[in-house]
Ligand binder design. Structure first.
Ligand SMILES: Cc1ncc(COP(=O)(O)O)c(C=O)c1O
Length: 382
C-alpha cells in the first residue's frame, strides 16, 4: 500500500482497551445500582490516587479544567485584581479569571519554550498584580520555573499553574501543578488522560482544599446542608466520570512511556533532517531537567514559513493529519479578547504562527511515526 492508500495517521487518539472498558462498565453498573452517582467513593479514590501520582497533598475532582481554574481563583479571591496570564494559552486560562471577577494581564511568550520567562513575569508586575498563572504549553516546563517561584515569593504574590497540558511532566523531579499554591488539570478527551469531561485541582494548602470543596458544590457549607456560604456553582464530578478517570489514571505511566518513545523517534529523525536545512522544522527543545509528557510534539517552522500549505500537503499527499496547534492564535487575537492586547506580545504572535504539532498518542505505532517522518523527509529532502 502507498501512504495515500493507508488509513490516515490521526493527530491524536483516545484509547480504552477491552479490559479498561469492562472494568469501567462493571463499576458504572455498581453506581447505577447503589444510586451514589456523584461525589462518592470513586471520586474520592480518584482524588487520592491523582494527588499521590504527582506528590500533592490534596486533590479536588471537578467537572472540567475550566471549572478547576475558576474555583482556584475564587478560592483566593481575585475580584477587581490583576492576574498575570500568558498570551499563548487556551481561552479558559483567561476566561476563568474574568468569570471569577479578575482582570487578566497578558504576558508575552518565550519562543524557546512557548511558556513565560521569569524576566517577562517581572516586567508585567504592577502594584495591582495579585497573582501569577503559568501554563506549561505542550507539557514543557520552563527551566525558569524556580526563578518564577522565587519571584512570586519575594513579591508576596500567589503562583498557580494551569497544568492542563502537563500531567506527569516534571522539572528536576518536581511535577507540574505542584510549584505554587495550586495547580489545575483538565481531563478533556484530547489530554494525556481523560475522564470524558473533568478536571482536578491540586494543592498542599488545607485552606484552599476546603474552599475548593465548598465552591464546587454550590458554595454549600456541607454536602447535606443547604446553607450557601460562598458564590459557588455546580462544578461537581459525577461518579461515572470519576470511574473513567480512575481507570485511565492507572494507565498514565504506560501511556506517557509510549508518548516518550514516539518523541525520541521524532527527535532523532528530525534533528538529522534539520542539520544543514534552515527551512526544515525543528523540534521544540526540552529544557534541561524537564521530563515532558509530550502532550504535544511541537516543531517550530522558520520565520515566515507558511504553515497551512505544509499541513495540507502532509494530509493530502501523505495522509498525516496535523491539527490542534497550541495555539494557532494567541488570546489577544481572539475577537472576544482583543481588549487584552497590550501591543507588545510579539513573542506570542510568533509562537502561535510558527508551530506545528505532529501526531502523537499513546497507542501510536513506530510505523505510524515513521510515516510522519518519511513525509517530512520527502518534503524537505526534495
Ligand atoms: C491550557 C488549558 N487550560 C484549560 C483548559 C480547559 O479544560 P476543559 O476543557 O477541561 O474545561 C484546557 C483544555 O481544554 C487547556 O488546554
Amino acid at each position: 500500500m502507498t501512504s495515500s492508500q493507508q488509513p490516515p495517521v490521526p493527530p491524536t487518539r483516545i484509547d480504552f482497551s477491552a479490559e479498561d472498558r469492562e472494568w469501567i462498565a462493571e463499576r458504572i453498573k455498581t453506581v447505577l445500582e447503589t444510586g451514589r452517582l456523584t461525589l462518592g467513593p470513586f471520586g474520592e479514590e480518584f482524588e487520592g490516587k491523582f494527588a499521590e501520582s504527582i506528590g500533592a497533598k490534596h486533590a479536588i475532582a471537578v467537572n472540567s479544567g475550566t471549572s478547576s481554574l475558576e474555583i482556584m481563583l475564587r478560592a483566593v479571591g481575585v475580584e477587581g485584581k490583576d492576574i498575570l496570564v500568558p498570551a499563548n494559552t487556551f481561552f479558559a486560562t483567561a476566561s476563568a479569571v474574568i468569570a471569577a471577577g479578575g482582570r487578566p494581564v497578558l504576558m508575552d511568550t518565550d519562543l524557546a519554550t512557548l511558556s513565560t520567562s521569569a524576566a517577562e513575569v517581572e516586567r508585567r508586575l504592577t502594584p495591582d498584580t495579585a497573582g501569577i498563572m503559568i501554563v506549561h504549553i505542550a507539557g514543557v516546563i520552563t527551566a525558569d520555573m524556580p526563578a518564577i517561584v522565587a519571584l512570586a515569593r519575594t513579591k508576596g504574590l500567589w503562583l498557580m499553574e494551569d497544568a492542563a497540558h502537563a500531567q506527569g511532566s516534571s522539572l528536576d523531579g518536581k511535577f507540574a501543578g505542584t510549584f505554587g499554591l495550586a495547580g489545575s488539570f483538565s481531563f478533556y478527551p484530547t489530554k494525556v488522560m481523560t475522564s470524558a469531561e473533568g478536571g482536578m485541582i491540586v494543592t498542599d494548602d488545607a485552606t484552599l482544599d476546603g474552599e475548593a470543596r465548598i465552591y464546587r458544590d454550590q458554595g454549600k457549607a456541607g454536602f447535606y446542608q443547604n446553607v450557601h456560604i460562598r458564590m459557588g456553582y455546580n462544578w461537581r464530578m459525577s461518579e461515572p466520570h470519576a470511574i473513567i478517570g480512575l481507570r485511565h489514571l492507572f494507565n498514565v505511566p504506560a501511556m506517557l512511556a509510549a508518548r516518550r518513545r514516539i518523541a525520541a523517534r521524532y527527535d532523532a529523525a528530525l534533528s538529522a533532517l534539520a542539520a544543514g536545512r534552515p527551512e526544515a522544522p525543528r523540534p521544540l527543545p526540552i529544557p534541561k531537567g524537564c521530563v515532558s509528557n509530550y502532550y504535544k510534539y511541537v516543531v517550530m517552522l522558520p520565520e515566515g514559513a507558511a504553515r497551512a500549505p505544509l499541513k495540507t500537503r502532509l494530509k493530502d499527499e501523505f495522509g498525516v493529519q496535523c491539527s490542534g496547534e497550541v495555539y494557532e492564535v494567541p488570546l489577544h487575537k481572539n475577537p472576544v479578547l482583543t481588549h487584552l492586547d497590550t501591543g507588545d506580545l510579539k513573542g506570542a504572535d510568533a509562537a502561535c504562527g510558527r508551530q506545528l504539532c505532529l501526531p502523537i498518542f499513546a497507542s501510536m505505532t513506530d510505523a505510524q511515526a515513521d510515516r510522519v517522518i518519511a513525509a517530512l523527509e520527502a518534503i524537505y529532502r526534495a
